[in-house]
Design a protein around this ligand. Structure first.
Ligand code: CAA
Length: 379
């Protein structure tokens, strides 16, 4: 087993780290406070190739491998979890649908725009009555002429407020359960597609989460992604990769919280000494560092499997479960180590804690990850 990074992966990690620390980190508190991602930052990331990192060069992307993309999400999330999320959703469940399941015409039309960041993408699966039970969708796609008419509503659409393209899942044959679901590419501005206001959230502010209402939205057949009835397995396969991205995001947040807490304990003096000198504090930091290290290898291993085209459903679920639980524990302990300052907005650790929480929830709650893992247990 070789867990070392290739020169190219190391180069991309350093490049994204430098960018994230110099360009993203200074904006992070403002993004959180104003619940808004500056468009100039997205434009800059698009120009640099950060919105098309694992998209082949033929489509205008950087052509990096999946692990490099995961390292990039980790580094961006270290600086701003919301920025990491926007990139992760745009890439893994926004652009990959077209790269892996799109027709040549769909690829030609969308991939260059998505890879350059000219357009942003979103993933519209969840509904008010279909969250964890993703196959229970109520949005309908009714055959009509040379296409379909979509009616229904979607919730918790990350990037939704500013996305130009939505991958929408809808029922084409209600008698067939999960085999009766199809996926459609719906462009912003399509008549009948309405965006709700940006959802006010505990954290991950700036990621433009909104609801969608689809009222008689006509989508030509050429905009269907994959065959009719293939939508559910497409969603699940995309989420396998997406969950590794969420795990990387959690890892980045946990590392940021650890570094902030560690640095603080080296400068804060109480009872006549740095608080780091207290064994109770050292034990907390040792546990945090160990959990982060374990999470890191679960995340990278899942990424390597995914990159090799091997099955990774179980490993992606494990990485997402463990890394997000780690992020929640580590950020909570970081707040504790900073004491009153940890609870104050003057320090970033309270933001890390608020941002970490949702990594246990979205792209499948950690209860769902346990269901996925247990279904893959062999006797
Ligand atoms: N890859 C490929 N196919 C898969 C698959 C995978 N990982 N998982 C399941 N399938 C296939 C199965 O093989 C099965 O196919 P057949 O009908 O041919 O046998 C079909 O899909 C149905 O599978 P299940 O019977 O396992 O389906 P289920 O109804 O029991 O649900 C579940 C399984 C894992 C619980 C699934 O519903 C799930 O993942 N739920 C969570 C949904 C989720 O993650 N939502 C997040 C939405 S995005 C978001 O969070 C917002 C955002 O923007 C970030």
């Amino acid at each position: 087993m070789d867990f070392s990074l290739t020169q190219e992966q190391e180069r991309i990690r350093q490049w994204v780290r430098t960018f994230a620390q110099s360009r993203v980190a200074p904006l992070a508190a403002g993004i959180d406070e104003r619940d808004e991602l500056p468009r100039h930052l997205l434009a800059e990331m698009g120009e640099l190739g950060l919105l098309g990192l694992p998209i082949p060069e033929a489509w205008g992307g950087v052509g990096a491998d999946f692990l490099s993309y995961i390292l990039a999400v980790e580094e961006l999330s270290y600086a701003s979890a919301a920025v990491g999320l926007v990139v992760a959703v745009h890439t893994a469940v926004g652009s990959f649908p077209i790269l892996y399941f799109g027709t040549p015409v769909q690829q030609q039309r969308y991939l260059p725009r998505l890879a350059s960041g000219t357009w942003l993408a979103a993933f519209a699966l969840s509904e008010p009555e279909a969250g964890s039970d993703a196959a229970a969708l109520r949005t309908r796609a009714q055959r009509s002429g040379a296409g379909y008419v979509l009616n229904g509503s979607k919730v918790f659409v990350t990037n939704g407020s500013f996305a130009d393209l939505f991958c929408v899942f809808a029922v084409t044959d209600a008698r067939r359960g999960s085999r009766g679901i199809s996926a459609f590419l719906v462009e912003r501005g399509t008549p009948g597609l309405q965006l709700g206001p940006s959802l006010r959230k505990m954290g991950m502010n700036g990621s433009g989460t909104c609801a969608l209402v689809l009222e008689d939205v006509y989508v030509p057949e050429e905009q269907r992604l994959g065959e009719e009835g293939e939508g559910f397995p497409i969603a699940m396969r995309l989420l396998d990769g997406g969950r590794v991205g969420i795990a990387a995001q959690a890892l980045g947040i946990a590392r940021a919280a650890f570094d902030a807490a560690h640095a603080y304990t080296r400068t804060r003096k109480q009872f006549g000494q740095e608080i780091f000198q207290f064994q109770g504090v050292q034990f907390m930091l040792a546990d945090m560092a160990t959990q982060i290290e374990a999470a890191r290898w679960l995340v990278y291993r899942a990424a390597l499997l995914r990159q090799a085209g091997k099955p990774c459903t179980r490993e992606a679920a494990m990485a997402k479960l463990f890394a997000s639980d780690t992020a929640m524990r580590v950020t909570t302990d970081a707040v504790q180590l900073l004491g009153g300052y940890g609870y104050a907005k003057d320090y970033p650790v309270e933001r890390y804690m608020r941002d970490a929480k949702v990594t246990q929830i979205y792209e499948g709650t950690n209860q769902i990850q346990r269901i996925v893992i247990s279904r893959h247990l062999t006797r």
